[in-house]
Design a protein around this ligand. Sequence first.
Ligand code: OSB
Ligand code: MG
Length: 375
Amino acid sequence: MKIEAVTLREIRMPLVHFFETSFGRTYSRRVLLVTVHCEGVDGWAECVADERPFYSSEWVETAWATMEQFLVPAVLGQTLSRGGDTVALMSRVRGHRMAKAAIENALWDAEAKQKQRPLWKLLGGTRQEIQCGVSIGIQDTVEQLLEKVELELAAGYGRIKVKVKPGWDLNVLERIRSRWPHILLSCDANSAYRMDEVEHLRKFDQFNLLMIEQPLWNDDIYYHARLQRELRTAICLDESIEHVRDATEAVETGACRIINIKVGRVGGFTEAKKIHHICQTHNIPVWCGGMLESGIGRAHNIALSSLENFRLPGDVSASKRYWKEDIIEPSVEVTSQGTIPIRDEPGTGYRIREDLIEKLTVRKQTLRAVAHRVV
Ligand code: OSB
Ligand code: MG
């Protein structure tokens, strides 16, 4: 596949309901889409960088600039046989993993289409359907949160995750547990606690949680290892795991018993697969995290979740929880058993609604390979 051109695009999509974490509230997404044009085949991917550098240091503007000035020029004009071949070409750039992931994953999509194979099989997946959970943000009142939990359980979701922060934690978990003693329940702190709050964090143990996600600093492994020794509840790391060495370090030091894999956070499918494998070797279950993706990123998350060691329900849920109208067809739907059946068709199995995307586009730039000049 010769990469003849790459299109960067920003679309705006309002969320059907705001999403609040310990670092802030989001009402509307600025979604970056990447298309690689390879000899008649187009591969698509989503860059999951947020509107603001709060979840990670990357955000929409740094991702766009880094792709435009460094990552796209590194792959343009190259003839590559596999999506993963982009990794070495982009490796001079440090960090910027979400930007890199978008380029790499777009080429995986092109590879799957070119070979007429389902992306999930190309990635090495084995599951025919995946288990889904929901991530419910901080609400204005606990009553509103309880209503949301009730609706999601009624829809069939098999695991409820709630966002917590100091002042919105034990009280909330207590109310959920007293009403639903047996559901799979977890919480995500997005780094809202510090090591001197161990006594407080120990109180989470009484709620029989599946896990507590990322309680401490976003870049920490050492203190999570110390904290895990103090808690009965399993720690799951999200922000702290940027590559396979982080995962190895976390597993070997006992900093977590579960890992959340987000393909954007770790820089693309190649690194996500490595983390999946190292966790499998150490008997550490993984699950697929979400970044409020549009259907394009969501379809990639579904394909990734088909790998064997994705043993816990992911934050991969139906399109309609986020969008009035999704940019893929069909939209992602979840069965009453809380599962998404994998579509066994070439590529992701979801069609891209280019006409709708065009209408939502606020900025677009196509970078083309220039013919090599023989000197
Ligand atoms: O920490 O998992 C997180 C959304 C944005 C940034 C970080 C996180 C999240 C979620 C939402 O929890 C998951 C989703 O429904 O896409
Ligand atoms: Mg998280």
